[in-house]
Each structure stands twice: as C-alpha cells, then as structure tokens.
Design a protein around this ligand. Structure first.
Ligand code: ACO
Length: 435
C-alpha cells in the first residue's frame, strides 16, 4: 500500500506520497506541492532535501555506513584498486578481467595532454592555486576536444569520461612540475594509474623516482575513499550546473570549484595548517579545543564534523590505518600524527563534541598521509579532486538519463523591500544610509 504524509494548510488536508529507497530510507515527495497548495518549502543548506533518486552510493550517517553500488567501502579499500572502483561507479558492476584490462588500456590511451595546453599552464602565475588552475584547465578541455556526445548512449560519453579520469591526473602532475620550473614527466604505459601519478610528480632526470608498492597501495585507498559521497556540495554543483545541459567538462569544472572551499575538500589543507599551528604552540591542543567551543570565535576544529555523519566517518578510520602503514614504511615519525591523535582523544571525550556529534571526518588524517607522500600542501585538494572524478562523472551520467530530469532551479522566500518607486539621483538624500 502506498504510504502518504498529510499536510494541513489553512484547514485543508493534502496527501503527499512517501518515497521509499532500497535501504528503507523514506522521503516525502513534494514535487506537486506548489502546484497544489501554492506553498514552497524552505530548507537552507538543503539539509532535509533530497534532490534526486540515485543508485550509486549509499550512506547512513548515523551508523557510519558507506557503500558504492552496494559494496562496503571497507571491502573496496581492502581488495580493490582505484581504477576498478572507478569502473564500478561508472558502470554499476565490478569489471571482469577483460573489461578491466580494456578500461586500463583506454586510460593509458588518453593519458597524454595536448601539447598546446602546456602554454596555458606556463602562463599562470607561479603562485596560482592549483585548484584554480585545474578548474580552468578542465573547462578548457572543451576547446581542445570539441566533439560532444549526442546522447548518454553515445560512445563519446565513455571517451570523455576516460579522458577526464586520465588527463586530470596528468594535468595535476604537470602543473606541479611547471610550478617548480622542472621538466614535465610524461605518463608511462607500463605503470598503473596511481604509480604513474607518483612517477609524473616525483621522477627527475637527476634523481629517478623509486616506486614503492606500499605508497602506491596507500594512494589507491586514498582515492577509493574519495571516489563518491552521494549528494555532497561539489557533486550537487556538478548536477546543478549539468542540469542546464552544459557539457561534461564545464560541469566537472564547477565541481572542482566547489570542492576548493575549506568547509568541503579544502579541509585536508586546513587540517594540516591547523596541526602545524598547534605544533608551533608547543603541541598544546587545549587552547584550540577551547576556541572551537567558543561561539564568539569563528574558529572550527578542521577535520571534525560532517553534514551527514553523526558518528565516526568510516573513511577516517581506514585513512588512519593507511597513515600508520605509510609512515612505518618510510620510517618516518610525524609529530603532526601524534598531535592529531591527542586532539582526537580529547575532543571525543569533550561534552561539546559529544553533544554536537562531532567526530573526525576523512580529512582529519588525509593531510598527514599526503604530506608523507611528498605532496605539497596546496595540492592536497587536487588529490581529492582526482579521487572524486569517478563519482562526479557517474552522478552526471545518472542525472542526464534520469526520466525525472529537470533544470535545477530552487525557489526562495523574498524578504526584501516592498514595491517602491525609483528615486532620481538629485532627489536622493546622501546622508540617509549607505548605498
Ligand atoms: N568545530 C567546532 N564546532 C563545530 C564544528 C567544528 N569542526 N563543526 C560543527 N560545529 C558546530 C557548529 O558551531 C554548530 O554549533 P551550534 O549548533 O551550537 O551553533 C553545530 O556544530 C552545527 O554546525 P553546522 O555548521 O550547522 O553543521 P553542518 O552540518 O552545516 O556542518 C561542516 C558540517 C561544514 C563539515 C562542519 O562540521 C565544519 O565546518 N567542519 C570543519 C570543516 C571540515 O572538516 N570540513 C570537511 C567536511 S568532510 C568533506 O567535505 C570531505
């Protein structure tokens, strides 16, 4: 029997259908609300709003569950590679050996970047933030590869998706090399996706890079953990911009811009900066905890809290283990990891953090891991962006095929001036308020 919710407005009762997902999640379908009642809903930040139905990623923030296409993140982190997980997200099923080989061949075929694009890279100011560069360059791909798909069935969608997955990785490493004034290292056909990236970043004619399998495995896990996260801010941006039927490159470029923010993907950089500040403060975490609780102080504990997770982020738990493994392998002791551990221990016992359900999120440990790999701090969010690509592309593909597709266009409750007349300049009283 169809479930409904009742809404009573001005004494009149309206029945609203309840939609049930495969994991039993329930939502009230208000798609006919305005048409039937003249009312809209108001939900700042969309915390209670489902913008679509999706079969890609399931998360339960109360229980700390994350699954891609039904498969728990813990199993993917243990057994899969980033390439295989990307295939899973894009196609809905794990690949056969042959499908995975073909996908890897395609990724290799598309890994080179148009030589003319180097000119672009070389003309950005050396100190430009790599996220700004990446977002611009991804948008520019449209100019270099103008052929666009006619429909989602078009083979060109696969080509564009693979091109993005492969080239963004090359472009990220390329922009790093150029920012250092070093020779660009090209992708190699004999290396896997993650190993290739590390080699493009760190190989040099005077100091060949030695690929370490523990680091490669760590990077695979890092990217798997970031591969999708349902309707987060940047994915919502990709879907929203994509809903205007822009090309895939433009939609992904907007996702990259959204990810840049310190409340979203930029948090991994903000965490390390915060940990370094604590380190400079003799490693004393208490003043930082105090500041985070002070409502008059805008400071927040970076890497803590999440819109959906109200318990420990399952990705943070996996990332912490990866950090330990990689630091052990490198025989490094990172004081920042000790500070992070101390911060976590104190915060998790503090009534403020308990009452507000604030637990470490994925970004809490990723910065330490990336630093151990040798990734410069301003490229941390770029690393996140490479990982999030399969999710953004899958969500874009799902949205363009959605039979309920609509241009995204929220409404508002207007709170400005009532109608008033235009006042000619000569009659305006300049002493009354500022423009
Ligand atoms: N430190 C201190 N207090 C916090 C924190 C924090 N990190 N996060 C939330 N709070 C408090 C708020 O002050 C607010 O308190 P109040 O109700 O007493 O006024 C309450 O918790 C709710 O905060 P909101 O901002 O409304 O919660 P929201 O769900 O919008 O925030 C967010 C989620 C933005 C991630 C927030 O927790 C935050 O700013 N965290 C720090 C930045 C961060 O780590 N971002 C990465 C997120 S994961 C990702 O994007 C990959």
């Amino acid at each position: 029997m169809e479930q409904t919710a009742k809404l009573i407005v001005d004494g009149k009762t309206y029945e609203l259908p309840i939609v049930v997902g495969t994991e039993g999640e329930r939502g009230i379908d208000i798609s006919r609300l305005r048409q039937e009642t003249g009312l809209i809903t108001l939900d700042p930040g969309y915390a209670n709003t489902g913008s679509c139905k999706s079969g890609i990623t399931f998360m339960d923030g109360e229980k700390g569950i994350l699954r891609y296409r039904g498969i728990p993140i813990e199993q993917l982190a243990e057994h899969s590679t980033f390439t295989e997980t990307a295939y899973l997200l894009l196609n809905g099923e794990l690949p056969t050996r042959e499908q995975l080989t073909n996908f890897s061949i395609l990724l290799n075929d598309h890994s080179l970047v148009h030589e003319d694009m180097r000119e672009f890279f070389e003309n950005f100011p050396r100190r430009a933030h790599p996220m700004g560069i990446l977002s611009s360059m991804v948008n520019a791909l449209r100019a270099f590869y103008p052929q666009l798909p006619e429909s989602s069935e078009d083979e060109n969608v696969n080509v564009m998706s693979t091109r993005l997955l492969s080239k963004v990785r090359t472009m990220a490493a390329m922009s790093y090399k150029i920012s250092k004034g070093h020779k660009v290292v090209y992708p190699r056909h004999d290396l896997t996706y993650a190993a290739n990236f590390l080699n493009m970043m760190f190989d040099s004619p005077v100091l060949p890079y030695r690929i370490d399998e523990v680091l490669v495995e760590g990077l695979n896990v890092f990217w798997i953990l970031h591969a999708d996260h349902e309707q987060n801010c940047s994915t919502a941006a990709v879907r929203l911009v994509g809903s205007a039927r822009v090309n895939l490159y433009a939609a992904i470029s907007s996702g990259i811009s959204a990810l840049w923010g310190p409340l979203h993907g930029g948090a991994n950089q903000a965490v390390v900066e915060m940990l370094k500040e604590i380190q400079a403060n003799n490693g004393d975490v208490k003043p930082f905890i105090k500041r985070a609780k002070d409502k008059k102080d805008p400071f927040r504990l970076m890497g803590f809290g999440h819109r959906v997770y109200k318990t420990y982020d399952p990705r943070a738990r996996i990332m912490k283990k990866v950090c330990d493994k990689v630091l052990n392998r490198l025989k490094q002791k990172d004081e920042l990891l000790d500070i992070a551990g101390k911060l976590e221990e104190i915060a998790l016992k503090d009534p403020y953090f308990i009452d507000h359900n604030l637990y470490p999120n994925v970004d809490f440990y990723t910065g330490i891991f990336l630093q151990a790999l040798g990734i410069p701090i301003n490229m941390f969010t770029v690393m996140f962006a490479i990982g999030r690509l399969p999710g953004w592309i899958s969500q874009w593909r799902e949205s363009i095929d959605d039979p309920q597709w609509k241009l995204h266009r929220p409404r508002q409750i207007y709170t400005g001036s009532k109608e008033r007349d235009y006042v000619p300049m000569k009659d305006r009283n300049s002493s009354k308020g500022k423009p």
